[in-house]
Ligand binder design. Structure first.
Ligand SMILES: [Ca+2]
Length: 351
């Protein structure tokens, strides 16, 4: 107890924010999951999977395998395999590797997804405790849109929604104007953006300012733990893609930056705007736009991050990975070792 008037540490005063993560792992999705599990401010209650970087069979397998690798007992519900009204892309393998996890080799998971489809699982979880759970979405928004359409009470049961997606002033990364997550299911994004859920949007405008470098990975690799080696391997194809097509060594921490909304919001410059997505099918299809000049006369529907102290976030990310390694090593002495990656010769798991 703190009887001397000093301010106690955050985690002693604030219960962790309980979240559900909707994701398409995905190399940077994997790093987002690592960062969530490394952060005492957050309690990850469940993962729902969606199509995106690779197909849903693979994103689900990857989520289960990663949780087993980290010895994290967290339910996974498998979600939608196709966008609402768009032909899915067919090129994710050359960014995220054929498996979706780059060069990382995790054993086939022994655990299975829970029975309900992700749409029903999300509805059940959020309606059971309205306004208590926060939702993170770091893939296409198909599951969320269909939950909103299936259960009219779903939107009002979500405490807050943090989305990695969109490009406001930034150019796109899958078309000259559009960002991948939104472009891959723009109709779903339109439904979610106009649902009334309190939204924080983390677009390319900020994620491209958070570049994990080879030097950051070298720093992590000084720790003898399977986790840094996983980080190196899962990002290998991603970094090669950035080097070849974007001309710099390193890669953007797109999905992990959503976590900053909870653990380091002071690093983000957030503005309230009305934001929507173009679904007209032209050259700007899937483009997110903010009505900066309020010409549409619509109330703001989200907070959107337009700037970030990027290097500080990357430093925080690396520190949290070091913390995760220490947590893992602390659990080795008393632990089962069943979740080690097959290619590893040592290490442990997060108990
Ligand atoms: Ca993702």
């Amino acid at each position: 107890m703190h009887m001397d008037g000093e301010t106690p540490p955050l985690q002693e005063t604030m219960p962790p924010t309980r979240i559900i993560l909707d994701t398409d792992p995905g190399a940077d999705d994997a790093l987002a999951i690592l960062l969530v599990l490394a952060s005492p401010e957050i309690k990850l209650e469940a993962i729902t999977t969606v199509h995106g970087n690779v197909g849903t069979d693979k994103t689900t397998r990857n989520a289960l395998a990663l949780l087993e690798f980290l010895n994290a007992d967290i339910p996974v519900a498998k979600g939608c395999s196709l966008p609402l009204n768009k032909t899915p892309h067919s090129w994710g393998g050359h960014v995220h590797g054929a498996s979706g996890l780059g060069q990382a080799k995790l054993p086939e998971p022994k655990t299975k997804p829970v029975d309900p489809h992700a749409i029903d699982y999300l509805i059940q979880r959020f309606l059971a405790k309205p306004k208590e759970l926060t939702l993170f979405a770091v893939g296409p928004l198909t599951n969320l849109a269909l939950a909103i359409r299936k259960e009219p009470k779903f939107a009002e049961a979500v405490r807050e929604l943090v989305i990695m997606g969109g490009a406001i002033r930034s150019g796109g990364n899958v078309s000259p104007l559009a960002e991948f997550n939104i472009h891959e299911d723009p109709h779903a994004a339109h439904i979610v953006f106009n649902s009334g859920i309190p939204i924080t949007l983390i677009p390319l405008d900020v994620t491209y300012k958070c570049l994990l470098t080879p030097e950051d990975i070298e720093r992590l690799l000084k720790i003898d733990s399977p986790i840094p080696r996983f980080v190196r391997d899962v990002m290998a194809d991603y970094m090669a893609f950035y080097s070849k097509y974007e001309g710099f060594a390193g890669c953007a921490l797109h999905d992990p930056l959503t976590v900053a909304a909870l653990i380091a919001p002071e690093l983000l410059h957030l503005e309230e705007h009305y934001v929507d997505v173009d679904i007209s099918g032209g050259v700007s299809n899937g483009k997110t736009y903010a009505d900066f000049m309020k010409v549409l006369k619509k109330p703001a529907n989200m907070r959107v991050a337009l700037d970030v102290r990027g290097r500080e976030f990357v430093e925080l990310f690396v520190e949290r990975m070091e913390r995760l390694c220490n947590l893992a090593q602390g659990s080795v002495a008393s632990t089962r070792h069943s979740a080690r990656p097959a290619a590893e010769d040592g290490g442990g798991s997060i108990g």
